[in-house]
Ligand binder design. Structure first.
Ligand SMILES: [Zn+2]
Ligand SMILES: [Zn+2]
Length: 334
């Protein structure tokens, strides 16, 4: 750490983190180009920011450093802000697809005023070390007296717990927020709620709240990108004969005209009926895998109707059942 950084912040070398933070906030308020029209303000603010970063590298005042650096280097510095809050927002698949209103509860806060977020303020209290009962020595496994590892041999702890925050350093509140989730949010998409992050204080604007969408698993549908996938059992006879079938679709259904064909697994795709589109991304497709199911039981009437159908097929044996026709011609005398 250079002396220069301390000087820029108007501090004595070695001042603690709280003092650095305070000095930075005070100077940032004064010199931030958004607040100060003086042409030298931008340069001055950059110096202050650089000095602060140098002295408190491990303790960023906001999360700008986490953003991709490429754009930030050229842009104007933003006003000092409290930290952002990042949470997951769990949604049902249908709610995410169609959009919904959600009430979210979370804890937001700000640095405790009394201790400036350090958790330390007020009287220094001394507490005897419970491990060594204040002697500074304990017996190790071989019953030899050694220095107490808990208190480093001092026999007591000095504590300076802020009375206003109980040492947490934070002034925290339960927040409840009703939000509107637009349709078509995919897992991993983020919602940003400006100003709903950590709270504003004297010299900081409020941070933002970021909600990352998590979609609960659905008993029927799966997502692949924006395609909506499901499988459904269909009567083998229906697969052969075709006709109107009803496909599952979010909370409802779609009527679909099925082509007749072989009683085999078949996938049908309905373009644009999957997960809704969003921004430049178009809606996905609905993909339903049809799984043939053969009748387990037939009553007398059903058997009769099937025999009638079978007899009707025999009338066009060469076209309908060509393998049987060929076999019969070869092996059964007519
Ligand atoms: Zn406090
Ligand atoms: Zn001890």
């Amino acid at each position: 750490m250079s002396i220069c950084a301390w000087t820029v912040l108007g501090l004595k070398p070695g001042a603690d983190g709280t003092a650095v933070k305070r000095a930075y906030r005070r100077l940032a308020m004064r010199w931030h180009p958004d607040r100060n029209a003086d042409p030298v303000a931008t340069e001055r603010f950059k110096e202050i920011r650089a000095a602060y970063d140098q002295l408190l590298e491990a303790e960023p005042v906001d999360d700008e450093e986490e953003e991709p650096a490429a754009t930030e280097a050229d842009s104007e510095p933003t006003p000092p802000r409290a930290a952002d809050i990042r949470l997951n927002l769990e949604l049902d698949l249908v709610a995410a697809a169609l959009g919904c209103r959600q009430t979210i509860a979370y804890v937001r806060g700000k640095d405790c005023n009394t201790c400036a977020g350090t958790g330390k303020a007020g009287m220094v209290r001394t507490r005897f070390c419970p491990a060594c009962h204040g002697s500074g020595r304990v017996r190790d496994v071989e019953r030899v007296l050694v220095q107490c590892p808990d208190c480093g041999g001092r026999g007591f702890f000095s504590e300076q717990i802020c009375p206003d925050c109980g040492g947490s350093g934070r002034d925290a509140y339960e927040a409840s927020l009703e939000i509107k989730v637009p349709p078509g949010m995919l897992p991993g998409d983020e919602l940003r709620l400006a100003g709903q992050g950590e709270m504003a204080s004297d010299d900081l604007a409020a941070g933002d709240l970021y909600l990352t969408i998590v979609i609960r698993s659905h008993p029927l549908f799966r997502l692949s990108g924006r395609d909506l996938l499901a499988s459904m059992p269909v009567s083998a006879l229906q697969l052969m004969a075709g006709g109107e079938i009803r496909l599952p679709w979010f909370d409802g259904f779609l009527d679909y005209k099925l082509e007749g064909g072989l009683p085999e697994r078949r996938e049908i795709r309905i373009a644009g009926k999957g997960f809704p589109g969003r921004g430049r991304n178009p809606a996905g497709d609905l993909l339903i895998e049809l799984i043939p199911v053969f009748p387990r039981q037939l009553n007398a009437r059903q058997r009769k109707l099937l025999l009638q159908a079978n007899a009707a097929l025999a009338d066009t044996l060469a076209e309908s059942l060509p393998e049987i026709d060929a076999w019969q011609q070869m092996h059964l005398p007519s």
